[in-house]
Design a protein around this ligand. Structure first.
Ligand code: DGT
Ligand code: CA
Ligand code: CA
Ligand code: ZN
Length: 559
């Protein structure tokens, strides 16, 4: 435990006492202690707190308790007595414990949601000192708190990170720049953006970062790092390191934290120590690596580990798989056209696939149950196949596969006649309705579809929508076993808001011998370009090209 930990705990006790409406003298004694500790330069572990000005016997005992146990009984007791929603309110910028207490005592508001609702309805104004403007500020701060708390989908983070990265890369004296953190590891969602720059003089990069048009507020701008809040509400961190530490910093700031813990423990076993500056020998302090990332891993007797694998999921033990790459993808087996809810024609989608250099593209519009998407019945499906044949003449470079994305109805039956489905080149089967079914029912439903004998691919298997909807529960092991038995592939849907199946399920499927289809589910020609998102996620699932059906050249054998 450090001075900072003690200050944080005591500061929190102050807030909790204020929330509870505790005696003013008591609150003030804690505030005084916090101030004293803030100004203290010695390590608290080496001084007797009772000798410090303004710290009495009981406070000294509390400090000792925090230092030795890492926790504080008074803090725990207060947390038990005060409504949790009220404690959470303290996280809203500019909403202090005194105001939170008044909202609670005078208006009966115990949660951020309730405060937000009341502010929207102008119900805070009866409070002394509250007006329309105060309500407005409070609402803005609650929105900020929400944005800062939530993880955003990878694509949202990438769209904000890339312009920032370009700006720092263009700054004077910048030798290299890259993304770090969860973005570099390709995680499906991101909490904040991490950027890393290699430069001898950090000034220009930090200035360019802080002055970027997407920055709302500079929270910290030091000599080697900066933190900003973007207008979107996301935070971004920048680190600038000199050449000799570039590789070590890349390794450190890419994480994950769990991976780094494993790396450091391995280093210790080898008599080495690793930090963001380099790898050193513990006995002589000699620096043995640091300038390049592969060298850092090599010093630990490891191959360079692709960032997508750095989650402490067995990557140090190896062996590492030969991971899927975007260039391995030969076609896309799930897209929509104007026949259902897509924005482009069959011809436009085919031409876009040709421009991507694909060997094949499957046209898979929705089936009739999805009325809002103008889903096709058997008759329109046959009519569409005629159009696909015609377009095939015009775009001979891309083999067009006639397919469908058929709804898996609530009982697991399919939305189109089996004989009509059997005539198609590709049948993707997906759940779009009755998603509140329980785990068992959903599992049976999926297995029934998988066992139909006409399905090639289970589309977006979990139904999740990032930031909007958790996937439905289903027994992935059981569905994967059924896929194996029936030669059905699982989709890794690359739509930015889906990324479904997730990395762990992808890994499980491939371990069990079930193939994946990495598809875009494009509803426009541009969306065919989302394939890289699915490929990155597949890599996080340790997936190699041979486990992916649409890496096969020519027309793929899906089953
Ligand atoms: P996120 O932001 O939640 O999507 O995930 P990350 O991994 O980007 O997490 P972040 O931004 O807190 O930190 C970026 C990397 O920097 C992290 O993966 C490892 C390294 N790092 C940052 N702070 C610490 C720390 O306090 N301890 C350790 N061991 N590593 C840290
Ligand atoms: Ca991050
Ligand atoms: Ca960060
Ligand atoms: Zn779908």
């Amino acid at each position: 435990m450090t001075n900072k930990d003690v200050i944080r705990a005591l500061g929190n006790v102050c807030d909790l006492l204020l929330l509870q409406g505790a005696d003013e003298f008591r609150v003030r004694s804690y505030q005084r202690a916090v101030n004293t500790l803030r100004g203290l330069s010695e390590d608290l572990n080496r001084v007797d707190p009772a000798t410090l000005p303004g710290i009495g016997k009981s406070l000294a005992a509390t400090i000792a308790e925090i230092l030795t146990t890492g926790s504080c009984a008074l803090q725990a007791q207060l947390l038990g007595e005060i409504p949790a929603g009220l404690v959470e309110m303290l996280q809203v910028p500019d909403l202090g414990p005194k105001t939170a207490r008044r909202l609670w005592q005078e208006l009966g508001l115990e949660t951020i949601d309730a405060v937000e609702q009341a502010a929207r309805e102008g119900r805070l104004r009866p409070l002394k000192g509250f007006g329309a403007k105060t309500e407005e500020n409070l609402l803005a701060n609650i929105a900020l708190w929400r944005a800062g708390r939530e993880r955003v989908p990878r694509i949202v983070a990438l769209m904000q990170a890339e312009p920032l990265l370009a700006a720092v890369r263009a700054a004077d004296g910048v030798q290299e720049a890259c993304l770090a953190g969860s973005l570099r590891r390709g995680r499906d969602t991101t909490k904040d953006l991490d950027l890393l720059v290699c430069a001898e003089d950090s000034g220009p990069a930090i200035a360019a970062f802080c002055a970027h048009e997407s920055v709302a507020e500079v929270q910290l701008a030091g000599s080697t790092k900066a933190t900003v809040r973007l207008t979107s509400g996301l935070n971004a961190d920048l680190r600038v390191v000199p050449r000799e530490s570039w590789g070590a910093a890349q390794q450190y700031f890419t994480g994950s934290q769990a991976h780094n813990v494993a790396v450091r423990s391995r280093a210790r076993d080898l008599g080495l120590t690793v930090n963001e500056y380099g790898v050193r020998r513990l006995d002589t302090d000699e620096v043995v690596a640091g300038a390049d990332e592969a060298g850092v891993y090599a010093a630990l007797g490891l191959p360079w580990i692709p960032p997508e694998l750095r989650e402490d999921r067995g990557e140090l033990a190896g062996p590492l798989p030969d991971l899927l790459e975007l260039g391995d993808i030969r076609g896309d087996l799930h897209c929509h056209t104007r026949w259902s809810d897509g924005m482009a024609t069959v011809a436009e989608m085919a031409a876009a696939a040709r421009d991507l250099g694909y060997d094949y593209l499957a046209i898979t519009d929705h089936s009739k149950a999805l009325t809002i998407a103008k889903g096709l019945d058997e008759e329109r499906l046959r009519a569409q196949r005629e159009e696909i044949r015609r377009v095939q003449q015009e775009v001979p470079e891309v083999h067009l596969l006639a397919g469908v994305e058929v709804d898996i109805l609530s009982d697991g039956s399919l939305d189109l006649a089996l004989d009509a489905l059997a005539e198609l080149d590709i049948v993707v089967a997906s759940v779009h309705s009755a998603m509140s079914q329980g785990r068992e029912q959903m599992t049976e439903r999926l297995i029934r579809a998988v066992s139909s004998g006409v399905v090639h691919i289970v589309g977006h298997p979990s139904g999740r929508l990032l930031g909007r909807r958790e996937g439905y529960e289903y027994d992935a092991e059981a569905v994967i076993a059924a896929c194996l038995a029936h030669g059905v592939a699982l989709e890794l849907n690359s739509a930015p808001e889906r990324l479904d199946v997730d990395d762990l399920t992808a890994r499980l499927a491939v371990r069990r011998g079930v193939a994946l289809a990495v598809n875009t589910d494009a509803h426009s020609t541009a969306q065919l370009g989302n394939m890289h998102l699915g490929v990155t996620q597949a890599r996080r699932g340790w997936v190699g090209a041979s486990a992916v059906v649409n890496t096969q050249p020519g027309a793929p054998r899906v089953r």
